[in-house]
Design a protein around this ligand. Structure first.
Ligand SMILES: Cc1cc2nc3c(=O)[nH]c(=O)nc-3n(C[C@H](O)[C@H](O)[C@H](O)COP(=O)(O)OP(=O)(O)OC[C@H]3O[C@@H](n4cnc5c(N)ncnc54)[C@H](O)[C@@H]3O)c2cc1C
Length: 419
C-alpha cells in the first residue's frame, strides 16, 4: 500500500461519493481507509443515470469500458405530455449532433449495484482498506479522531465525511442537530420485466429502444429507462408528498399509486398496471452550508452530506463523483506534507459554488412545471449555457487553475512574511 508523506486519509461512508474519493485519493498515492456502517458493500435501489460529467471521470479512471459493457446507452431524452404521450421536447444523447458528441463522453443507464461494485473493486485494487459494520458516532476535530459506536477510536491525518443526507459528520462539524428538511415531494420506484412489457404492442418501443423517457404532468413527472441489458424497465415517479408523517421509505401501495395517476396516458397507465410492487421514498434535502471544512484543515464533507439535491437533474451521484475526483487531483499535486493540510480549503473553494448551483437548479423542478398550455421550458438539459456548464466540467483544468492560484498566493504570503 502506498503512503505519500505518511498521510492517512479516513473516509466515512462507502456510498458512491465516498468510493469516488477513496479511488481519487488512493490513486494519488495516499493510504486510505473507508469506514462503513453496513456490514456489506453495496447500494440498494435499481437504476441510476450517469451523465457525461460523471462518465468523463469514470473514463479517466479506466472504468468506462467495463461499465459501458453492463450499461444501456439512451438514444435521446424524450419528454412527453402525461395525458396523450405527445412529444414536447427531444434531445439527442447519442450519435450525430448529440450530447455525447458535444461533450465526448456517454450518458449511461446502469444498475446502482453494478456501478457501486465497479467503484469498490477499483478502490480495493488501489489498496483502500474497508472497515465494514462500523458506525461512526462522533468526531474529535482537535485530535483528528473518529469514534465508532462500539467505542473504538480511529485516528487519521485527514477525515472526509461522506455519510449521506442524514449525516452524523455534518452535525459534528456544525456542533448541533441539523436534520434534512422535507421538500414536499416523494417518489415511487417500480421495476418492470421487459418480457412482460413486450406482450403489449403499445409498450414494445419502450421495452426495446434505450431512451431517457420522461412524462411531464401537472406537479408530477415520471422517468423510465432500460437497465440490465434491456431486461428491466426502471421507473421513478416524482409526486407531491402524501406519506404518513412518521414514514420515510418502504413498500408502497400499488393501487393507491394507480388511482393517483388516473387520467395519464394509456401507455403510462398500462405501465402502472404491470407493476406488482413499488417502493415509496420521501425526498429530503440538507440546508446549504456556510462551510464544509473544519478550520484545522483536516476535515471536510462531500456528496449528499453537504450538497444533497432533488433527483430531477440526475446529478446527485455525479456531483459526489466530481467531489471525489477533485479531491484526488488536489492531493496528487501536493509537494509536501504541509500542502496536504491546505487541500481541503482549496477543495471547498472549488466545489462549493458548483455543487450548490446544481442543487439549487435541481430544486427549481423545471420538468414539473407542466401546464396544459405547455408553457415554459421543460428540458433543463437543453439550455445550452447550463448544459455546457454541467457536462463540460473539466476536473483537471479546474484543479490546475485553483491550485496554481493557491500556490502563487502562499508564495506571495511567505515572501511578505519574511520581509
Ligand atoms: C429517487 C432518486 C433517484 C436518483 N437518481 C440519480 C441519478 O439518476 N443520477 C445521479 O447522479 N444521482 C441520482 N440520485 C442521487 C444519488 O443517489 C445521491 O446523490 C448519491 O447516491 C449520494 O451519494 P453519497 O455517497 O454522497 O451518499 P450515500 O449514497 O447516502 O452514501 C452514504 C454512505 O455512508 C454510510 N453511512 C451513513 N452514516 C454512517 C455512519 N454514521 N457511519 C458509517 N457509515 C455511515 C451509508 O451506509 C452509505 O453507505 C438519485 C436520488 C434519488 C433519491
Amino acid at each position: 500500500m502506498s503512503n505519500k508523506f505518511q498521510v492517512h486519509v479516513l473516509i466515512i461512508g462507502a456510498g458512491i461519493g465516498g468510493l469516488a474519493a477513496a479511488i481519487g485519493i488512493a490513486r494519488a498515492g495516499y493510504q486510505v481507509t473507508v469506514i462503513e456502517k453496513s456490514s456489506q458493500l453495496g447500494e440498494k435501489g435499481a437504476g441510476i443515470q450517469v451523465p457525461p460529467n460523471s462518465s468523463h471521470i469514470l473514463s479517466r479512471w479506466g472504468l468506462l469500458k467495463t461499465l459501458s459493457a453492463e450499461a444501456m446507452q439512451p438514444g435521446s431524452i424524450i419528454i412527453r405530455s402525461y395525458h396523450d404521450d405527445s412529444i414536447l421536447s427531444k434531445l439527442k444523447l447519442k450519435g450525430r449532433d448529440s450530447i455525447e458528441e458535444a461533450y465526448d463522453y456517454p450518458w449511461l443507464h446502469i444498475h446502482r449495484e453494478t456501478l457501486h461494485k465497479a467503484l469498490s473493486d477499483e478502490a480495493t485494487q488501489h489498496g483502500v482498506v474497508f472497515r465494514l459494520g462500523s458506525t461512526v458516532a462522533g468526531i474529535d476535530f482537535q485530535n483528528s479522531t473518529v469514534r465508532i459506536q462500539d467505542q473504538k477510536i480511529i485516528s487519521a491525518d485527514i477525515i472526509i465525511g461522506a455519510d449521506g443526507v442524514n449525516s452524523v459528520c455534518r452535525e459534528a462539524l456544525l456542533g448541533r442537530p441539523d436534520p434534512p428538511v422535507l421538500t414536499g415531494d416523494m417518489v415511487y420506484r417500480i421495476s418492470l420485466s421487459t418480457t412482460e412489457m413486450k406482450k403489449h404492442v403499445e409498450l414494445e418501443a419502450l421495452a426495446t429502444k434505450p431512451n431517457f423517457n420522461y412524462w411531464a404532468g401537472p406537479g408530477e413527472h415520471a422517468v423510465g429507462y432500460l437497465i440490465e441489458h434491456g431486461t428491466q424497465f426502471n421507473i421513478v415517479i416524482a409526486a407531491k408528498d402524501n406519506l404518513p408523517f412518521s414514514f420515510s421509505r418502504g413498500k408502497g401501495d400499488v393501487n393507491e399509486m394507480r388511482e393517483r395517476f388516473e387520467g395519464w396516458s394509456s401507455t403510462f397507465t398500462l405501465l402502472l398496471e404491470l407493476a406488482s410492487e413499488s417502493t415509496v421514498w420521501r425526498l429530503c434535502c440538507g440546508r446549504e452550508m456556510e462551510t464544509w471544512t473544519h478550520g484545522g484543515g483536516s476535515f471536510s464533507l462531500l456528496g449528499d452530506a453537504c450538497h444533497s439535491m432533488l433527483p430531477y437533474l440526475a446529478q446527485g451521484a455525479a456531483q459526489a463523483v466530481e467531489d471525489g475526483a477533485v479531491l484526488g487531483a488536489l492531493f496528487s499535486r501536493c509537494e509536501s506534507r504541509e500542502d496536504v493540510f491546505d487541500v481541503l480549503g482549496v477543495y471547498e473553494e472549488l466545489r462549493m459554488p458548483r455543487a450548490n448551483m446544481v442543487a439549487r437548479v435541481s430544486r427549481e423542478k423545471v420538468g414539473m412545471r407542466w401546464r396544459d398550455s405547455g408553457e415554459g421550458s421543460l428540458n433543463p438539459w437543453a439550455n445550452l449555457n447550463f448544459q455546457k456548464e454541467l457536462f463540460g466540467y473539466d476536473v483537471e483544468g479546474e484543479v490546475d487553475n485553483t491550485w496554481n492560484r493557491y500556490k502563487a498566493a502562499t508564495a506571495e504570503m511567505r515572501k511578505s512574511n519574511s520581509q
